[in-house]
Structure formats: structure tokens, C-alpha cells
Design a protein around this ligand. Structure first.
Ligand SMILES: Nc1nc2c(ncn2[C@@H]2O[C@H](COP(=O)(O)OP(=O)(O)OP(=O)(O)O)[C@@H](O)[C@H]2O)c(=O)[nH]1
Length: 252
């Protein structure tokens, strides 16, 4: 049985903190948020996981391979080095959105995002690597065809950004609604999705939908592995196969 372990990372009581005792300089907040994300990426990435910045005050991580102790240490390390703390909720399911839903409910049950009573909550179940749910996690790496030729070398950065964001918005919604998959923009023209076990036709369906919906042409490499890193790395190789073969969907 394949299962993704999803962790919701939520900064504790961040809204009030950003305006106490008065509104803080925006670029200081941006610096804090991007440094916190960078540290998450390093900590979780070094253990084979993936993390996505989503809204920065909330981040979503794929943490297959990280146990409760790893999560506790992450909280301790953030609390020691940043002026904010983080709460973590963890859920496990073959359908990523269901794992995230469970993870989220656990954080919400510990208190509001804007409650000074909630600090460093850690709630959840962890995948048992020896147990029945020790299957692979599936990662799909989507990329816009010839983004450089169509956008980057022709349009100003803002109009390029609008085109890429349209493709992202259309894809993320389709993958979430049709398959319970979670797709995240990761920079450039790239979107990484954590997915259930999907077929070639289902990936082709997503690509066709985005092309029809917003006229953005995608291709995708799909990988599976014990850890998000292994799955995602295989997906990158599959994407290279798309480039080499001129195809739109390749499995590693
Ligand atoms: N996060 C991330 N960004 C990447 C990756 N590969 C490329 N990019 C970004 O995507 C941008 C466009 O690169 P490509 O996708 O290779 O270029 P392209 O013009 O779309 O060409 P083709 O994909 O070959 O059609 C680069 O400037 C990078 O910002 C990757 O593996 N991860």
C-alpha cells in the first residue's frame, strides 16, 4: 500500500506577531519567512523529505522517512534560532489531500493559528517503515514546454509570470479535484506534485486540461521511491527523457 506522510508546518500566532507592538517592516518579514523556509528545506531535505513554501506562514512537507523525534528536533531548532515557533501536524494516507486534511485537523485541534496559548504543538501519526504502509511515494515534476522561447526571451518578467501562474493555477486545481494530488510551484516554470498512484492517461488528462483551459503546454516526469527525494529525483530523470524523446509524459 503506497502512502504519503504529510506534515503541515504552521507558524504559531504569527499574525499578531507581525503587528506587535506595531506593524513590522515588510522586508524584515520576507527575510524571516524565506530564511525559515530555507532552514526547513535544509533540515527536511537532508532527511530525504520535501517541503513547499505555500503561504510561508503555513508550509506543507512530504516527510516519509522522518519520525516523531525528527519533528521534535525541528521544532526545538526553530524555537532556538527564530523569534517564532512552529506547530506541526502529521497525517498518512495514499491520497495526499487526505493525509494533509488529517495533519491540518490535528493542528487546528491544538488551537487557532492566532492563539497565544498554542505553541509548538506536535500531533500526528507517523508511517511505520516496517509496517503495512511502507510503499513508495509518487512525485510528478511538471514543466512548461519551451518557457524560455515562449516567455522568458520574449516577454517582460511580469507577463511571463502571469502565463506561468495561469498554468500553475489550472494544474493545481485539476490535480487536487480529480486526484487528491498536491501541486506546488517551485520556481522558474516548474511545478512539483505529490500524487497517488496515477496512470499515463491520468497525467495526459491533466496536461490536456491545462492546454485547453489556459493555453499552457506542460510535460511531466513521474518517479516513485521510498523517500520524496528518491521519487523526485527519479521524476527529474523522467522529465529529461521527455526532453530527449519529445514526449509529454514519462515514468522513471
Ligand atoms: N525548481 C526547479 N527549477 C528548475 C528546474 N529545472 C529548470 N528550472 C527552472 O525552469 C527555468 C526554465 O528552464 P527549462 O524548463 O529547462 O527551460 P524551457 O525553456 O522550458 O525548456 P524545456 O523545458 O526543455 O522545454 C529555469 O530558468 C529554472 O528557473 C528544476 O529541476 N527545479
Amino acid at each position: 500500500m503506497t502512502a504519503a506522510q504529510l506534515t503541515l508546518v504552521q507558524i504559531d500566532n504569527y499574525g499578531p506577531w507581525t503587528v506587535t507592538p506595531e506593524p513590522r517592516r515588510e522586508m524584515d518579514l520576507q527575510t524571516l519567512q524565506s530564511r525559515l523556509f530555507a532552514d526547513m528545506a535544509q533540515y527536511i531535505g537532508n532527511r530525504g523529505g520535501y517541503v513547499f513554501f505555500t503561504r510561508f506562514d503555513n508550509m506543507v512537507a512530504v516527510t516519509n522517512g522522518l519520525d516523531r523525534r525528527d519533528h521534535e528536533l525541528l521544532q526545538e531548532s526553530v524555537g532556538n534560532r527564530f523569534p517564532v515557533t512552529v506547530s506541526l501536524g502529521v497525517g498518512v494516507d495514499g491520497v495526499p489531500i487526505d493525509a494533509l486534511e488529517t495533519a491540518t485537523e490535528r493542528v487546528q485541534a491544538a488551537g487557532s493559528a492566532q492563539s497565544s496559548d498554542r505553541s509548538e504543538a506536535l500531533a500526528g501519526e507517523f508511517r511505520d517503515p516496517e509496517g503495512a504502509d511502507d510503499g513508495d511515494v509518487h512525485i510528478a515534476h511538471f514543466d512548461v514546454n519551451d518557457a524560455t522561447g515562449k516567455y522568458t526571451d520574449r516577454l517582460n518578467e511580469f507577463d511571463s509570470f502571469i502565463n506561468i501562474e495561469h498554468g500553475y493555477a489550472s494544474l493545481m486545481k485539476y490535480m487536487r479535484e480529480e486526484h487528491g494530488a498536491l501541486s506546488f510551484f517551485v520556481g522558474g516554470d516548474n511545478v512539483i506534485a505529490v500524487c497517488p498512484d496515477l496512470t499515463y492517461d491520468e497525467y495526459m488528462g491533466a496536461i490536456d486540461h491545462v492546454a485547453d483551459d489556459v493555453d499552457v503546454q506542460l510535460k511531466v516526469g513521474v518517479g516513485s521511491g521510498e523517500s520524496p527525494h528518491e521519487a523526485g529525483y527519479a521524476a527529474k530523470h523522467a522529465l529529461e527523457d521527455c526532453r530527449y524523446e519529445g514526449t509529454l509524459v514519462e515514468f522513471a
